[in-house]
Design a protein around this ligand. Structure first.
Ligand code: COA
Length: 174
């Protein structure tokens, strides 16, 4: 069994609701995708609307993975830089695999599909992302070929008294 990945899927209500459910379930299972559990779909929706708007304006591209039942099971948003001196690499945001599917290798499949997608973009030479410390995520990205290139101590406050490092990971594509 594996996920079916689509780069630049058509965005309609089913996909939008599927991503919203995925993002909510991932966060409530302890995932580090911009929120801290517990969250509701209503809290996440405005952030998703922003990300979908940037797809519509060409500022970002979406990679989505569906499971064998046709449910949205994984996502990653590739976001372009607007600064003229940084247009040769992309940011990666909202990397997530549904909790029911974690630990089966789908995260690694997702990151391989992300690298393929980024290589298909004109002039893109690297993928950069930031991740929350304390969860072992740098080991996950490391197993996908990314290198830790920076770490800002205690930059992410997940709760009073619980600050986490902001870790920068990079995958050169050339
Ligand atoms: C991080 C995430 C995408 C990984 O996906 P996954 O399908 O569970 O990962 P895989 O099964 O492909 O695992 C690939 C490798 O990474 C390791 N790995 C996965 N998640 C890990 C974690 N949180 N910490 C350390 N290692 C991890 C696995 O052990 C495996 O290594 P191995 O082959 O040596 O056993 C997924 O767990 C997830 O969605 N987490 C919640 C959201 C999140 O925090 N996203 C990160 C945003 S920066």
């Amino acid at each position: 069994m594996s996920l079916t990945f689509t780069f630049d899927p058509a965005v309609g209500p089913a996909l939008r609701d599927g991503i919203l459910d995925l993002w909510t379930d991932v966060t409530n299972a302890g995932g580090a995708v911009g929120f801290v559990a517990p969250v509701t779909r209503d809290e996440i929706r405005p952030e998703l609307v922003k990300q979908l708007a940037s797809l519509a304006t060409g500022g970002a591209r979406l990679l989505v993975g569906h499971d064998e039942d046709g449910r949205v099971a994984a996502t990653a948003f590739l976001t372009f830089n607007t600064h003229r001196l940084r247009t040769h690499w992309v940011w990666l945001y909202t990397v997530m695999v549904h909790p029911r599917h974690q630990g089966k290798g789908y995260g690694r499949d997702l990151m391989a599909a992300v690298a393929d997608a980024a290589r298909s973009l004109d002039g893109i030479e690297a993928i950069r992302l930031g991740c929350r410390g304390g969860l072992g995520l740098e080991r996950f990205y490391g197993s996908c070929g990314y290198k830790e290139v920076g770490r800002v101590p205690d930059a992410i406050r997940v709760a009073p008294g619980d600050d986490r490092d902001d870790i920068t990971m990079l995958l050169p594509l050339l």
